[in-house]
Design a protein around this ligand. Structure first.
Ligand code: DHB
Ligand code: FE
Length: 287
């Protein structure tokens, strides 16, 4: 059976992709940020997942404001990146796993999560930057990928409770898939940031630290907020926290922190990395 081996939450700021392309990882501005990924690299090298389910928000490359699904999932054999205007190099394409996608879709819709199914899908910086961060230097990706998109962009947004429940349903769906696959779930975005309006530059370190704590031990605490309360606490783009909460929801077993890093700011944004391992819950032996 397939297994969710763990979840990783990470920033997806486009300028990180620019720093990677220009080889700036050792420069004083960037080094503390990139050093924060060593623990994630160690864990991935040890666990060697086969598939990454990447939960993120599309910023206008694949879905624009005229057609905005609340939740969408890829069911394509391949996902391509394209120029979004951030000056980033276009990533090599990502292989999909349509059979697993359709298993997830069947299971999620039976579970009353009616996602938009996408047999063609472009992936934006919120998908590609995390992949480049987690597998640095890859020219072909060592995992197959399945994109899951949450609308954190155009109101009304889904509630934190609903996003967490979606993650739980994805976790259940993965663990009923009849192939021996190790699946890592990656939630991208956050942490606190606001790019526009009178609060542009807003960062809330205490709330970010609270979220990192709660994501590990008590994610239900974060489901008590409304999406608008998260906007107030984390900024209008900090509401990308919804992606992290959905990723955490996929972990059904005993969750432990493998690695954590928090660094402020990169661009206008607080960055957090969390690697959480998922041990299967110990069942009483029937003997
Ligand atoms: C930035 C952050 C984001 O989440 C994003 O999608 C684009 C830009 C930033 O801080 O520059
Ligand atoms: Fe973003």
């Amino acid at each position: 059976m397939a297994r969710v081996v763990g979840a990783i939450t990470t920033s997806h700021i486009p300028s990180i992709g620019g720093a990677i392309a220009k080889g700036r990882q050792l420069e004083p501005y960037w080094k503390p940020f990139f050093d924060g990924y060593a623990g994630a690299h160690r864990w991935l090298a040890e666990v060697r997942p086969d598939v990454a389910v990447v939960i993120y928000n599309d910023h206008g490359l694949n879905f624009f404001l005229d057609k905005m699904p609340t939740f969408a999932i890829g069911a394509a054999p391949e996902y391509r990146h394209a120029d979004e205007g951030w000056g980033l190099p276009v990533s090599p394409p990502f292989a999909g796993d349509p059979e697993l996608s359709w298993h997830l879709i069947d299971s999620l819709i039976a579970d009353e999560f009616d996602l938009t199914t996408c047999q063609e899908m472009l992936v934006d910086h919120a998908f590609t930057v995390p992949m480049s961060l987690l597998w640095p230097g890859a020219t072909t990706w060592p995992v197959k990928a399945i994109p899951v998109v949450v609308n954190t962009v155009q109101h009304p947004l889904p509630s934190p409770r609903r996003c967490f429940a979606l993650g739980q349903a994805i976790g259940r769906a993965i663990e009923t898939y009849d192939r021996d696959l190790k699946v890592v779930v990656i939630g991208t975005g956050g942490m606190s940031h606001q790019l526009d309006g009178t609060r542009a530059g807003f960062i809330n370190k205490p709330f970010d630290q609270f979220c990192l704590e709660k994501l590990i031990d008590e994610p239900a605490a974060l489901t008590r907020y409304s999406a608008m309360e998260i906007v107030e606490l984390a900024g209008s783009q900090g509401v990308e926290l919804l992606n992290l909460l959905a990723a955490r929801g996929t972990l059904q077993g005993q969750v432990s922190q493998v690695h954590r890093n928090y660094h402020v700011p990169i661009s206008n944004t607080a960055t957090g990395v969390l690697v959480m391992a998922n041990q299967p819950a110990i069942r009483e032996s029937a003997a």
